[in-house]
Design a protein around this ligand. Structure first.
Ligand code: SF4
Ligand code: SF4
Ligand code: SF4
Length: 246
């Protein structure tokens, strides 16, 4: 019997699921050979409630989503948080800096009364999560790595070193040398430092490494005459939930 796999979306742009659909034809064939995909709104019309592994995209930002995610947890043997919104709250948590009534008014104006919202949160604030596939969006290689490990009954081997390591290996000149700031020293690797490779800096979409070396980040800032506040502004984009929960 092949394991039954389902993909679900909560508050999100659904870019993580789109990224999953970016697998190559060979990868898709290998995947459908190994698992039965029984629920994936962006890709198939079937909807089944019996699944073993649930990949959950998006954060929780409405009361009704709490009951829904708990139901998924009750059904699935394994729950995988898929993408930054699900893993760390991500961009949806930016609204947590203001009262919810204000956020509703900004978005829906006079129709705000028809909608409900609660402070956004990652799914592990509501249910137990077994594994994480990080990033906004995640890289497909990591999705495949996690699926492969789960099929073998192993714990996925997730990197726990900073993006700087991959950035240096890619041969980039550090953006601090160009008077920019970067969250690479405290952000979990796994993306290959894709943003820096493309001429930008790291925004921290993969969340923090365990035990981030904050002192080292501060030393780098000091060396380049930058302030902690300049970095905190960038940190807020994806990591507001962790910051507000402190
Ligand atoms: S993690 Fe990024 S790509 Fe995925 S749903 Fe959230 S905003 Fe969209
Ligand atoms: S701080 Fe940013 S640009 Fe510099 S090495 Fe680290 S990831 Fe690369
Ligand atoms: S470089 Fe940083 S912001 Fe860009 S994908 Fe990697 S972790 Fe995310």
């Amino acid at each position: 019997m092949k394991p039954k796999v389902a993909f679900f979306d909560f508050t999100s742009c659904e870019g993580c699921q789109l990224e999953a659909l970016n697998l190559t034809a060979e990868e898709v064939l290998a995947l459908v050979d190994a698992v039965d995909i029984v629920n994936f709104r962006e890709a198939i019309t079937e909807r089944a409630d019996n699944y073993d592994i649930a990949f959950v995209e998006g954060s929780i930002s409405r009361e009704s989503e709490i009951a829904r995610i708990k139901k998924i947890r009750d059904q699935a043997k394994i729950v995988v948080a898929f993408g930054a919104c699900a893993c760390i709250g991500g961009v949806n948590c930016l609204k947590n800096h203001m009262p919810m009534e204000e956020a509703l008014k900004i978005v829906y104006c006079k129709d705000a009364k028809y909608y409900d919202t609660i402070p956004a949160r990652p799914i592990n604030a509501v249910i137990k999560v077994d594994h994480y596939i990080r990033g906004c969006p995640p890289v497909t290689a990591e999705l495949l790595k996690v699926i492969k490990a789960l099929l073998l009954g192993k714990k996925p081997d997730i990197l726990n070193h900073p993006v700087c390591v991959e950035c240096k290996m890619a041969g980039n000149v550090c953006v601090f040398e160009r008077a920019m700031t970067c969250l690479g020293p405290v952000t979990r690797a796994g993306c290959g430092a894709i943003c820096v490779n493309s001429g930008r800096h790291c925004w921290g979409c993969r969340g923090l490494v365990d035990d981030p070396n904050v002192d080292s980040e501060k030393e780098v800032l000091k060396k380049y005459g930058l302030t902690v506040d300049q970095v905190v502004e960038k940190f807020k984009i994806y990591n507001t939930y962790a910051e507000v929960a402190k």
